[in-house]
Ligand binder design. Structure first.
Ligand code: NDP
Length: 285
């Protein structure tokens, strides 16, 4: 058996085209969606992500601004800028590129973003909304995974979903979103004993560990949908996922590649959330 490979680039393009129409309509009504991205320091990976987000915004008709601060910046200067952006009617989404330098308290920075503009969904208000099933801004990466499952008609309700990884940005919100849609959930971590005993029971297996190729074919149930969130830069410079693609594709029913899988979906979901925030702002105006 050879898995159906889910092309994240194609799906992401389709979703962006659907949402571009909504963005254009808002612009016609005088409410062009706007996204502000804050970046502190010069982490090369973060700089690439931020540039990609700005380019994707342009293509979707979204006004975007990049607010760059040097590594030496004091945390209060960033909070002051966020407050200005909170009050700026041209901006509907504010995103702080993580990780921040060590002398920053990320929690305080995120807490200063207006909950109506927190497009990443990391503010504690939005985390609470997600936990209680009243999601306003779904965190972009797990939301992209849900869209990949839905667009491929992979049933979630009543299935057993195993999420490997429990970070606040991927693993935990992923598990909550699958739970909300009626899946039975297992969350595995680095402390899990006999990981393969759990992963082999998964109808849907989502892996977000940052450990290249840790999921091998003997850990996958035949026919399972395997979603690889991991992005790992190998010594030869190539990107690879947390799943051993070549062996797992012979066992899984669906499989996402790295690159070209979940990554492009994450950016599309950010654009959708920014446009949705502008639609809500128009409704309030
Ligand atoms: P974190 O490092 O914050 O979390 C990794 C998680 O994996 C932890 O919960 C850890 O467990 C768990 N883990 C590590 N090793 C094992 C193991 N051997 N067995 C089981 N669980 C393990 O990473 P993130 O969640 O931020 O990111 C995960 C990966 O996803 C990275 O490669 C990252 O680059 C990628 N990513 C991709 C995105 C995309 O758009 N495609 C977006 C965000 C991230 P414990 O808690 O016990 O330490």
């Amino acid at each position: 058996m050879s898995a159906k490979i889910i092309d994240g680039n194609v799906l992401a393009r389709e979703i962006r085209a659907e949402w571009k129409a909504r963005s254009d309509l808002l612009t016609e009504q005088g409410m062009q969606p706007g996204l502000a991205v804050i970046i502190v320091g010069s982490n090369p990976a973060s700089s690439i992500y931020v540039r990609n987000k700005a380019r994707a915004c342009d293509e979707a008709g979204i006004h975007s601004e990049i607010h760059s601060f040097p590594e030496s910046t004091n945390q209060n200067e960033v909070i002051l800028r966020i407050r200005e952006l909170n009050a700026d009617p041209r901006i509907h989404g504010i995103l702080v590129q993580l990780p921040l330098p060590n002398h920053f308290e990320s929690r305080e920075i995120i807490a200063s973003i207006s909950v109506e503009k927190d497009v990443d969904g990391f503010h504690l208000y939005n985390v609470g909304a997600l936990v209680t099933g009243n999601t306003v801004f779904p965190p972009c990466t797990p939301f992209g995974v849900i869209k990949m499952l839905e667009k491929n008609n992979i049933a979630i309700e009543g299935r057993h979903a195993v999420v490997v990884g429990r970070s606040n940005i991927v693993g935990k919100p992923m598990a909550l979103m699958l739970l909300e849609r009626g899946a039975t959930i297992t969350i595995c971590t680095s402390k899990t004993r006999n990981l393969a005993d759990h992963t082999r029971r998964a109808d849907i297996l989502v892996v977000a560990t940052g450990r290249p190729h840790m999921i091998t074919s003997d850990m996958v149930k035949p026919g399972a949908a395997v979603i690889d969130v991991g992005i790992n830069r190998m010594p030869d410079g190539k990107l690879t996922g947390d799943v051993d693609f070549e062996s797992v594709k012979e066992v899984a029913g669906h499989l996402t590649p790295v690159p070209g899988g979940v990554g492009p979906m994450t950016i599309s979901m950010l654009l959708c959330s920014t446009i949705a925030a502008a639609e809500r702002a128009l409704a309030r105006a």
